[in-house]
Design a protein around this ligand. Structure first.
Ligand SMILES: *Cc1c(COP(=O)(O)O)cnc(C)c1O
Length: 386
C-alpha cells in the first residue's frame, strides 16, 4: 500500500532545503513598538500597526463595550441575522473618509478582494494585474475565471501595449494594483493608471491596505495622496493594519456597493464582522480623522530612519514612499542570517523570502510609536552586521 499523504513530508523537506521554511512565533502581551517575542524583548519593526492603534485604550474600550452590548459573535451572514447598526456606522465612516458614495465591510481584506474581483468579472472578461500585487488580488483574479495577464511591476508602457492588443477581445476589463506595494513599499503610478483605464474603458481596483490611515492629508490613503479623490474607481482596503482591528472593506459608488451585496460570495456567504472588531475599527477611523499627529509622528520616523540609513553605504534601500523600508540580500540564506543577527541584537525585522517575493530581503516597517532611541538602535545594529 502506498501512503497518499507521503508527499507532504517530501515537500516539506524540499521547502527546508531551499531555506523557504516558515513557522509562527508567539508574541506575549500587547503589541507595540517593543514586544516580547518568544520570551525575548525586541524592538518591533515587523508590525502593520502603523499608528499604534492596536493597543490604544480607546479601541480596547470600544471593542469591550460592543461585546458587552451585542455579545461576541454576529451569529450569521449580514443578509440574514448578522447585520447590526454598528456595521452601517462603520461603513458610513469609511465612505466619509474615502469621500465615496458608500462602502461595504468584509471579514478581512483578503475576502474583500476575492469578493469584489469575482463579482466584477468572469469568463468573458480580462484582468490586467501588476506582477507584485498582493496574493489576495492574484487569487481573486484566478478565481474569477477571467483571462489574467500580468504586467511588469509599475510598467505602464507594457500595460498600454497589452491593452491595445487585447482589450477589444473581451467584454469588461479590470486593472488590479496595490497602491502601496506591501513587500517593497513603493507606490503605484495612480494618476497614469486612471488615465489608461479611462482611455481603454477599464475598471480600476486599487488595494489601499498599507495606505489607509498612513497616506494622504486626512489619512484616506494613496488615492488622496495623489489628489485623485472623487475619481471613479474601486478602493479595497483592510481594517487590520493602520486601523488596528480586523476586517476589510470596499469603497466606491452606491451602485457598486449595492451590486456587491448581491453578488460578492465572500460577503454573502460568510458571517458578519464581529461586534468587537467592528467597534474597534470605527473607533480607529475616528482617531485617524481627528488626530493627524499620529500620522505626522509616523512620517517623522520614516524620514529620520531614511536619513540615518543613507549614511550606511552597505545598506541599499529599495525605492519606497511609505513606512515600509526594505534592503535586498543575495539569497534566502543570507536574509535569514541577517534576520537572525538582528533578532539576537534585540531587533525584530523579518527576512522576507520567496515565494512571498521574487528576491530575498529584510523588511522594516515603522510605527508612529517608535521612539528615536528605537530607530537609532536599529541603525547601530545594522552598521555592525552589514
Ligand atoms: C494585508 C493585505 C491584504 C489582506 O488584508 P487582511 O485584512 O489582512 O486580510 C490585502 N492586500 C494587501 C496589499 C495587504 O497588504
Amino acid at each position: 500500500m502506498t501512503d497518499p499523504y507521503a508527499w507532504l513530508e517530501q515537500s516539506l523537506a524540499t521547502i527546508h532545503r531551499a531555506d523557504w521554511y516558515r513557522s509562527v512565533q508567539p508574541i506575549n502581551g500587547r503589541s507595540g513598538a517593543t514586544v516580547v517575542l518568544a520570551g525575548q524583548e525586541v524592538i518591533n519593526f515587523a508590525s502593520n500597526d502603523y499608528l499604534g492603534l492596536a493597543g490604544d485604550e480607546r479601541l480596547i474600550a470600544a471593542a469591550t463595550a460592543a461585546i458587552a452590548e451585542f455579545g461576541t459573535g454576529s451569529t450569521g451572514s449580514r443578509l440574514l441575522s448578522g447585520h447590526r447598526e454598528l456595521h452601517r456606522e462603520l461603513e458610513s465612516a469609511i465612505a466619509f473618509t474615502k469621500q465615496t458614495e458608500d462602502a461595504l465591510v468584509f471579514s478581512s481584506g483578503y475576502l474583500a478582494n476575492l469578493g469584489a474581483i469575482t463579482a466584477l468579472v468572469g469568463k468573458r472578461d480580462l484582468i490586467l494585474s501588476d506582477q507584485y500585487n498582493h496574493s489576495s488580488l492574484k487569487s481573486g483574479a484566478i478565481l474569477s475565471g477571467a483571462a489574467v495577464v500580468e504586467y511588469p511591476h509599475c510598467d505602464l508602457a507594457v500595460l498600454k501595449t497589452q491593452l491595445s492588443q487585447q482589450r477589444q477581445n473581451y467584454r469588461r476589463c479590470l486593472i488590479l494594483t496595490d497602491t502601496v506595494f506591501s513587500m517593497d513599499g513603493d507606490l503605484c503610478p495612480l494618476p497614469a493608471l486612471l488615465d489608461l483605464a479611462d482611455e481603454f474603458n477599464c475598471m480600476l481596483l486599487v488595494d489601499e491596505a498599507h495606505a489607509t490611515g498612513v497616506l494622504g492629508k486626512t489619512g484616506a490613503g494613496c488615492v488622496e495622496h495623489f489628489g485623485c479623490t472623487g475619481k471613479q474607481l474601486i478602493q479595497v482596503g483592510t481594517l487590520s493594519k493602520a486601523l488596528g482591528s480586523l476586517g476589510g472593506y470596499v469603497a466606491g459608488s452606491s451602485a457598486l456597493i449595492d451590486f456587491l451585496q448581491n453578488r460578492a460570495p465572500t460577503w454573502i456567504y460568510t458571517t458578519g464582522l464581529s461586534p468587537a472588531d467592528t467597534a474597534a475599527a470605527l473607533a480607529a477611523i475616528k482617531i485617524v480623522q481627528q488626530e493627524p499627529q499620529h500620522r505626522a509622528q509616523l512620517w517623522g520616523n520614516v524620514h529620520y530612519l531614511k536619513n540615518l540609513l543613507q549614511q550606511l553605504p552597505n545598506i541599499k534601500l529599495l525605492p519606497s514612499e511609505s513606512p515600509i523600508l526594505c534592503f535586498q540580500l543575495p539569497s534566502a540564506t543570507d536574509a535569514l542570517k541577517v534576520g537572525k543577527q538582528l533578532r539576537d541584537a534585540g531587533i525584530f525585522a523579518p527576512a522576507i523570502r520567496p515565494p512571498t517575493v521574487p528576491t530575498s530581503r529584510i523588511r522594516i516597517s515603522l510605527m508612529a510609536t517608535h521612539e528615536a532611541a528605537h530607530i537609532e538602535k536599529l541603525v547601530t545594529v545594522l552598521k555592525d552586521i552589514c
